[in-house]
Design a protein around this ligand. Structure first.
Ligand code: PEP
Ligand code: MN
Length: 365
């Protein structure tokens, strides 16, 4: 069972300031010294001072560009020295951690493929023990909240208090417009369980395409998250990884300043707005889940219709429906939902389901 986490707020890590969003930006991968310096300078010039770049890249296929390795850490050192920016990269093993410590990297993050693996999480936590480096943990690729919390617990038990999370969405087999399923309800649950945990969203890996970055960033802000990690490249068209989802530094600042509304809580009434907007954003997510559940239910109804047709069976079996309804009323009652409401909702669902089955039956007649 999840314990309480012992945390230092992100504003005390030494490089994030308010108002929201706290922004981390930089290329998916460090490719060349010139590309790193040019991108970092572009970001620094527009007021973004925390720089990311992947040095070791977890790629799906062998033979894809797997990162430049340790030499890239020297380029990050140069960004730090010449531009005064703070730099971070992804670690996936104890070797990566030791290299980052050696090169004075300011912050590290654990990627989605690694946070899904408790052995690697323990190895990374042990390697980070007694350091003061902030660590951000991306959600595991699969939507398993406890696995995510377990990764945080391992780091926290190794003494890492400058700890935060990055929500980047989940692998899905559903056909959706995004590269990963945002699965916001898991973020909301984690937020609710650990309200003090610094919380970033990574709209880049969620979207997979730059055209969705604004809407996903807006959603993250509406949910009250502290920050955004966004991929930015001086020339996205020639990026060696994740080309479609990267923005130039100037396009990034343009999006942040013009396409996203972030309400701060300076005054009491602004705080109220913030609260109500967060609750409404939660409702929006839940309503989307209800829509998805109804869509799935109707798809099964259609299959049942087809099955009954193939076996020459009548659509309406009232006995089955009566027992289903009374079971839903009983279960719903345990959740504190009223009988009247449940009967209305399930009768409406049943009616629609019968209609779907009827359509199947009359098909081809
Ligand atoms: C990345 O941030 O470049 C990355 C590999 O992300 P993820 O672990 O979310 O896939
Ligand atoms: Mn990437």
């Amino acid at each position: 069972m999840a314990q309480k986490l012992d945390l230092v707020p992100a504003t005390e890590w030494g490089f994030f300031t308010l108002p929201r969003p706290m922004v981390i930006a930089g290329p998916c991968s460090a490719e060349t010294e010139e590309q790193v310096m040019e991108t970092a300078k572009g970001l620094n010039d527009v007021g973004i001072h925390v720089f990311r770049a992947g040095i070791w890249k977890p790629r799906t296929h062998p033979g894809s560009f797997e990162g430049v390795g340790t030499v890239g850490l020297k380029w990050l050192q140069r960004v730090k020295r010449e531009l005064g920016m703070h730099v971070c990269t992804e670690v996936a093993s104890e070797k990566h951690v030791y290299e980052c410590i050696k090169f004075g990297i300011d912050m590290v993050w654990v990627g989605a493929r690694t946070s899904a693996n408790p052995f690697l999480m323990q190895e990374i936590a042990d390697a980070l023990r007694d350091t003061d480096i902030p660590v951000l943990v991306k959600n595991p690729v699969n939507p398993d909240l406890d696995l995510w919390i377990g990764a945080l617990e391992r780091l926290n038990q190794a003494g890492i208090k400058k700890l935060g999370v990055i929500h980047r969405g989940f692998t899905t087999s559903e056909k959706i417009p995004y590269r990963n399923d945002p699965g916001w309800r898991i973020a909301i649950e984690l937020r609710t369980r650990f309200p003090e945990l610094p919380f970033f969203a990574d709209p880049s890996h969620m979207a997979g395409d730059r055209k969705y970055l604004a809407e996903l960033s807006q959603r993250a802000m509406d949910l009250g998250l502290e920050g955004l990690m966004i991929e930015s490249h001086c020339n996205p068209a020639v990026a060696l990884s994740d080309a479609k989802q990267q923005l130039t530094p100037s396009a990034l600042i343009d999006m942040l300043e013009n396409d996203i509304v972030v309400r701060d809580n300076d005054t009491d009434s602004a705080a109220y707005r913030e609260g109500i907007d967060q609750l409404r954003a939660q409702i929006d997510v839940i309503d989307e889940n209800i829509l998805f559940a109804m869509k799935s239910r109707m798809a099964v109804s259609a299959k049942i219709g087809k099955y009954k047709k193939d076996h020459n069976i009548a659509i309406l079996q009232t006995g089955r429906w009566d027992s289903l309804l009374s079971e839903m009323v009983r279960k719903g009652g345990e959740y504190g939902l009223s009988e009247k409401f449940l009967v209305q909702v399930f009768n409406a669902i049943h009616e629609e389901s019968v209609r779907v089955q009827n359509d199947i039956l009359s098909e081809g007649k």
